[in-house]
Ligand binder design. Structure first.
Ligand code: FE
Ligand code: ZN
Ligand code: FE
Ligand code: FE
Length: 163
């Protein structure tokens, strides 16, 4: 892969995110199944729908730069999801497993927040306001998902795991 310009780097980072989002779309249904608290199942299910929209946005951003939407294996997301699968294989109390699922999912959200913050900044610098706006929308959604998980953990899930 050629890495001669910020735009090359930008496209490379988009491919990483595109692959990461698609890995998340595959992983979330398993997490929905494994979660016990209806509130947590619901939060995961909502984020799955939101994530599908994020893939569409990435496709629009590729297009805005005259590139074909293509992924490149995100090894970091693969690792985070592997940790989540290991967790789901543990013989855990349902309430404790719910807390563990939140811990894993927040790692996912923080990885995405880092990635989208970077590409949003590159898109701005590259002068593509529309792409920057689309990426900011996704960045906001990832932040909302993270906050939602924090609030669920603090008000309900961690408390029940501790009981
Ligand atoms: Fe996402
Ligand atoms: Zn990655
Ligand atoms: Fe780790
Ligand atoms: Fe997310």
């Amino acid at each position: 892969m050629e890495m001669e310009s910020l735009q090359d780097l930008f496209v490379d980072q988009l491919k990483d995110l595109y692959n990461a989002e698609n890995q998340i779309i595959k992983a979330l249904p398993k997490m929905i199944k494994k979660a016990s608290a209806p509130e947590l199942k619901d939060a995961f299910a909502r984020h799955l729908e939101v994530t599908k929209g994020q893939v569409d946005r990435l496709e629009q951003v590729f297009e805005a730069f005259g590139e074909k939407a293509k992924g490149k294996t995100c090894k970091a997301m693969k690792g985070i999801i592997e940790e989540a699968s290991d967790t789901m294989k543990e013989d855990a109390e349902p309430e404790v497993l719910d807390a563990a699922l939140i811990a894993e999912c927040q790692r996912v959200e923080h990885y995405e927040i880092a990635g989208y913050g970077t590409v949003r900044a590159y898109a701005e610098l590259l002068g593509n306001k529309q792409a920057a706006k689309l990426l900011q929308q996704t960045l906001d959604e990832e932040g909302e998902a993270d906050k939602k998980l924090t609030s669920l953990a603090e008000t309900l899930i961690n408390v029940e795991a501790q009981a």
